[in-house]
Design a protein around this ligand. Structure first.
Ligand code: CA
Ligand code: CA
Ligand code: CA
Ligand code: CA
Length: 342
């Protein structure tokens, strides 16, 4: 989810968000904190906004005005389904957040971010899984335009897990879905810049039911790959690399033990070498990172603590480089995390 995540100029949707327990109490004031990536750790959190994301809001990151800095976006979902953006001003996000769309991604849909037309400005995407439809509104730098532009049908129905990435490396963000059923299929629809092509199967056995799949460029070739976290008491991590021929290669085990239950992992390039790494935050906020080493087909680093007490289970957190040093940071929305998790 939950990448956002920045790869070769494309912002991925960070679809992975921490679940909220019933007793959620603190961290509810809507603040947005940034924990910046340093060399082998995340800095203490700095407040970049004092009231942006609450309750059922769905909050993500992206560069919406094309200035090279990652901004934040809030999908209010519900009946109004307004979309607000707060722009990155260097050490904070612009004060109040500004309405960039009147109706996009109502309740039940899954919003995401990516530059679908390769103009340097991130656009918004929403997956209406009940109907298998995908809608896009593109950024003009000041708002998202195009109301209810349906870019694709017959995609990511039911319990399928959609994601955004540039899987063929042409600079336009594409969409895929993990079937999340007994077939364990992965289907990709490439962006033409104004629509998505019909879904094609890129893998036939990747990410079984109960696993947590995501996307990222783990070998740094500009094409986004897929990863799946087994979680549970197994906690293996498998990667399948995107091939120039237009499919994902063989699934390979890249880590033996990462993000056991109930942790929820995410993806980002934390050391700035152009290859996406993996991160997980424990229920007590201990934050672990393992770094991509594509030469040896592995994420290395077992039990590397990059921060303690970074997040708690009431927060929504996403991964994005908001400080502009090419190292992905943790953006922590103190929302009370009431938004339904897919
Ligand atoms: Ca765009
Ligand atoms: Ca593409
Ligand atoms: Ca790749
Ligand atoms: Ca890296």
């Amino acid at each position: 989810m939950k990448r956002m995540t920045v790869l070769a100029g494309v912002t991925l949707a960070a679809l992975v968000i921490r679940m909220a327990p019933a007793h959620a109490a603190p961290d509810t004031d809507g603040s947005v904190y940034v924990n910046a990536a340093a060399v082998t750790g995340f800095s203490a959190g700095e407040r970049w906004h004092d009231n942006f994301c609450r309750g059922a809001d769905w909050c993500l990151t992206g560069d919406f005005n094309g200035d090279g800095r990652k901004d934040i976006v809030r999908f209010e979902q519900g009946d109004g389904a307004d979309v607000y953006v707060a722009l990155n001003q260097g050490l904070g996000f612009a004060d109040t957040g500004y309405k960039w769309h009147e109706f996009f991604s109502p309740a039940g849909e899954m919003p995401a971010v990516g530059d679908v037309n390769h103009d340097g400005k991130d656009d918004i995407i929403t997956f209406a899984r009940s109907r298998g439809e995908v809608f896009v509104a593109v950024s003009n730098g000041a708002r998202f335009v195009g109301t209810s532009q349906n870019w694709l049908t017959g995609f990511a129905r039911g319990n399928a897990t959609p994601a955004v990435g540039d899987f063929n490396g042409d600079g336009c963000a594409d969409v895929l879905y993990f079937s999340n059923d007994g077939n364990a299929d992965v289907y990709v629809s490439l962006s033409t810049g104004s629509s998505f092509t019909s879904p094609r199967q890129w893998h036939g056995d990747f990410s079984r039911v109960g696993e947590t799949p995501s996307v990222g460029d783990f070998n740094g070739d500009g094409r986004d790959d897929v990863v799946t976290f087994a979680g549970g008491n197994n906690a293996t991590v498998y990667v399948a690399l995107a091939l120039p021929s237009g499919r994902f290669g063989e699934a390979t085990r890249w880590h033996d033990w990462f993000a056991p239950w109930p942790e929820v992992p995410s993806v980002g390039d934390f050391n700035g070498d152009g290859k996406d790494d993996i991160v997980t935050i424990s229920p007590t906020g201990d934050t672990y990172v393992a770094l991509a080493d594509p030469t040896h087909s592995q994420f290395y680093g077992l039990g590397w603590v990059w921060a303690r007490g970074l997040s708690d289970t009431n927060d929504q957190w996403v991964v994005a480089d908001v400080t502009g040093d090419n190292k992905a940071d943790i953006v922590n929305f103190w929302s009370n995390g009431l938004r339904p998790v897919p």
